[in-house]
Write a protein that binds this ligand. Structure first.
Ligand code: MLT
Length: 364
């Protein structure tokens, strides 16, 4: 396990979600189809509002529509990104990878950290969660503004679109990116919801949890997570086509299935969707025949690009930023609980190859 990426090794507490290899992700016990049923939507029968999932991840309770509306408003009131953050991003070449610009922006946001200020003033440990909560809500509120600024800077000649105070979190993100069709707003709500969290062991979540265990504030921890998400074996995988297999899952990813259902409902004739459907039939038997592949089934990344592409968001190099915006919700929910539970500094034991060999000899 120690030389095999710690696969399957239990090592951390993660409250918002749990991944079952066969069933896929459950958010506070609820599967994706259950979340689609019980979480409030913008319109009856529509996709869940990501703010509703944030409420669920934080509290373990399904919110009412009124509660979600209050949270939407609260997030909008926290969404102003300080001017210096735009300047920090503008100091990078426009050709810099969007994830580099995103992580830089989050680091620049860090100067507003309430946790850091409170810690410097000597806040007691039992209250750590309070400024962590403030930082987390501010961060979650501001990342869509930051992310859409980067999109407009890189792909739309810097023509920034301001937030619309009448829109919810997912819809506003789509609007600020420049996509206002009602179906795209629904897609963004679904996209943000399903990418929020995938238990604690994935690279970005695990990184944030580790960094936060040093009492680094949510901005520092989430920026570190983004640097992990920017790796091609993690979030950057959504820039490319395949999307088959997974480190934990052993069946088709339910995040794939709900995107497939969205496509069947809204874009059944899209030629790229038809290609993705065909791959779903053709690829798993071929991978199974190879005899070495543990999971021949498609994951979330096998579908997301096709949906975005259909509505005009075609810049694949940007896709991981969308993933990162969503993940702020899951990661920050856990960071608040890390501090509320008073979880300690992470400091696992490592071994050398020599000590491993000695251990095996003794065991033999
Ligand atoms: C994720 O959503 O983080 C990915 O599916 C990777 C993982 O769970 O390990």
């Amino acid at each position: 396990m120690v030389i095999g990426g710690m696969r399957g090794m239990t090592g951390l507490l993660w409250e918002p979600s749990l991944l079952d290899p066969d069933e896929g992700i459950r958010f506070r016990g609820l599967s994706i189809p259950e979340c689609q049923k019980v979480l409030p939507a913008a319109k009856p029968g529509g996709e869940p509002l990501p703010e509703g999932l944030l409420w669920l991840l934080l509290t373990g309770k399904v919110p009412s529509k009124e509660q979600v509306d209050v949270l939407s408003k609260e997030l909008r009131s926290r969404a102003t990104v300080p001017e210096h953050v735009y300047k920090a991003i503008s100091a990078l070449p426009v050709t810099a990878h969007p994830m580099t610009q995103f992580a830089t922006g989050v680091m620049a946001l860090q100067v507003q950290s309430e946790f850091q200020k409170a810690y410097e003033k000597g806040i007691s440990k039992s209250k750590y969660w309070e400024p962590t909560y403030e930082d987390s809500l501010n961060l979650i509120a501001q990342v869509p503004v930051l992310a859409s600024y980067i999109y407009r800077r890189v792909y739309k000649d810097g023509q920034v679109i301001p937030m619309d105070d009448s829109l919810d979190y997912g819809a506003n993100f789509s609007h600020m990116l420049g996509f206002d069709s009602p179906k795209m707003l629904e897609l963004m709500r679904l996209y943000v919801t399903i990418h929020t969290d995938h238990e604690g062991g994935n690279v970005s979540a695990h990184t944030a949890h580790l960094v936060a265990s040093a009492l680094s504030d949510p901005y520092l921890s989430f920026a570190a997570a983004l640097n992990g998400l920017a790796g091609p074996l993690h979030g950057l995988a959504n820039q490319v086509v395949p999307g088959f297999g997974h480190g934990v899952l052993r069946k088709t990813d339910p995040r794939y299935m709900c995107q497939r259902e969205f496509a069947l409902k809204h874009l059944p004739d899209d030629p790229l969707f038809q290609l993705v459907s065909k791959l779903y039939q053709v690829v798993p038997p071929i991978l199974t025949e190879l005899g070495k592949v543990k999971n021949p089934w498609p994951n979330v990344d096998a579908h997301s690009g096709v949906l975005l592409n259909h509505f005009g968001l075609t810049e694949a190099r940007y896709f991981t930023v969308l993933f990162g915006v969503s993940r702020s919700i899951g990661i920050c929910s856990q960071l608040i609980w890390d501090r509320a539970l008073g979880l300690p500094l992470e400091r696992p034991k490592s071994v050398t190859m020599e000590s491993l060999e000695n251990y095996c000899k003794k065991a033999a």
